[in-house]
Design a protein around this ligand. Sequence first.
Ligand code: NAD
Length: 296
Amino acid sequence: MATIAFIGLGNMGGPMAANLAKAGHEVRAFDLSQAVLDTAVEQGCKAAQSAQEAVKGADFVVSMLPAGKHVESLYVSGDSPLFDIIGQDALVIDSSTIDADTARRVAEEGAKRGIAFVDAPVSGGVGGAQAGTLTFIVGGSEEQFAKAQPVLDVMGKNIFHAGEHGAGQIAKVCNNMLLSILMAGTCEALNMGVKNGLDPAVLSEIMKQSSGGNWALNVYNPYPGVMENAPASKGYQGGFQVDLMFKDLGLAMDVSQQSASSVPMGSAARALFSLHKAKGNGNLDFSSLLKLYQDS
Ligand code: NAD
């Protein structure tokens, strides 16, 4: 069993760390929020007083932070950066969704100090994090991927090696751009059906079994009351915040700009989420986009 430092215990990191502890690893957990740290301890993790304390002598360091600036600051540029403390035998696995340039830069800074770093963003949502069925999309060398795999296997079901450093993040933003389009389309269709007298549960079942079926309908229905465990049925609390989807769509727009890839559907989805965020919904789950249609 390994000693694993886990930094960032939010909606995703909390259950991921809990699964590592359940599997018998020693998980030294740290978050800036005491409330989520307390929950992690209830789930079998050991609380560290700081990220620096957590990583001392750890075999693996896993981070699950909001964005690139948090990751770069933690490892490289902040006060007491972790790359000054992490041992050379350790592997750093960053599962946050961040821009590929930052992931590559942090990997290079790690390499200069003899520390291995992989980008390993995830897909599968909070449900996948709790069930240990996440998809991991890894960017790094073959050797680093092989070393990460046993740890990722505990938290996920499908583990992909996308390519070199940064490739995991590129694949992840392609996926999330598609997800935003699927969610917007699902909200649009459900809203139109309900406005024309259909029951949202009946319409959802019909579309699930028809050619419109997709992940949003199958596991994340945006209509309140249709799916008991979906954020829509819990006041759009928990889950994947609009702010984070907005960040990911910004990353997708940057990638499209840098590569001159045309993304008209992604741009439209970004405009919708931007409008929804501007109306004060940034901290709701992203399936709350339905409200934008209902209010218009
Ligand atoms: P979250 O906001 O719930 O959690 C982030 C946590 O990081 C917070 O608890 C915060 O206190 C902590 N944090 C921030 N800076 C820190 C620091 N310097 N040291 C220690 N802790 C720090 O976010 P989340 O939903 O768990 O998402 C985390 C990442 O995973 C994001 O990059 C997101 O885009 C990605 N993601 C989220 C989902 C989802 O469904 N929520 C799915 C896939 C990927």
